[in-house]
Write a protein that binds this ligand. Sequence first.
Ligand code: DSN
Length: 416
Amino acid sequence: MIYNNLKKQDSAVYKAMQGELKRQQEGMELIASENYVSEAVLEALGSVFTNKYSEGYPSHRYYGGQEFTDIAETLAIDRAKKLFGAEHVNVQPHSGAPANMIAYSAVLKPGDTVLGMDLSHGGHLTHGHPVTLSAQIYNFIRYKTDKSGKIDYKELEKMAVKHKPKLILAGFSAYTRQLDYKKFQAIAKKVGAISMFDIAHIAGLIAGKALLNPVPYFDIVTTTTHKTLRGPRGGMIMCKKEFAKAIDKSAFPGFQGGPHMNNVAAKAVAFGEALKPSFKTYAKQILKNAKVLETELKKHGFKLMFGGTDNHMVLVDIFGSKGVTGKEAEEALDKIGITLNKNMIPDDPRSPFDPSGVRIGVPAITTRGMKEKEIRIISKWIKDAIENHKDEKFLKKLHQEVIKLCKRFPIYKNIK
Ligand code: DSN
């Protein structure tokens, strides 16, 4: 893709875009929720579909001129159904937070009780954190992990019996362990609750068959499409047939207006990629890389929360391991071109602005083709940068090494 028009017309935006391109090409992206989409996905995102209003659903739209938007949306739905074995799919949610709000309002009334996972234990803001709108509308009660680092299913069951929630919500943004779908489903069934799973982080691992598919077990499954699934920034909801009408009505006209059809088309392209055998290889390699990261970081004296990982990321107690705060670690690593995020650890005594932990994920570097050998090198760099976080000269030298490795695994060679 050569952005000649943009370059001529708006050099300010063009320059910023070029800066971001270089940052992505030369930087080591370890934010667990980020990835690099293909150039085909980028083309769909930048397409004429952005011009079209398409309120409604394929064959049932409010405006004319929908013959091609219907093709794109139907392709996205059919491919998602095939990937996840879902009975019903809505590909219109603009992103993960709206997808969750749409799902809540499809099945809940204001004041209804929901059990969701605590943010500092690996849950997500939109799962009932007090600062969110959903927590003002619904009565969220939050469950936690136990001392061993696993979800405490016994406690979850007790809470479910006590609070009789209308909805029990699974899903996480920093929890690194495999959820026991059957146990979770049995608890929901016991108290007559609707079960929902937000798979945003692990959707690509499920699509690539590296993790067990939860879609048959849960009434509603929400996701983003841009993390391990490696599609455009966006959301999606899958559900059992009995919830289909309520979900669709809640998305439109309930919550959103016209879908972003360029985005829906790009979802179709990404799902097409995820259906290919190479995506299975990718998903498996993510798990292998994350395991090596776990082993190496432990070897370097880091304490991993939840005892390790079953997915694409680790949550590290940096402060407890090295006496360096999450913020200090994030800043030191930024200086050597390694991007990750500071993160709360369970019941973190520190503030969210300078917590005890960092979250490290491998989906983006796995897309670049990095494997076990590179993960070992990167783990050592993380240790060295954190242990020498005040030594600017040392960090500068290390930064050159990071750039060199990134250049050996290039991305977006055709973009100028
Ligand atoms: N911001 C995403 C993450 O990093 O997990 C989800 O909200």
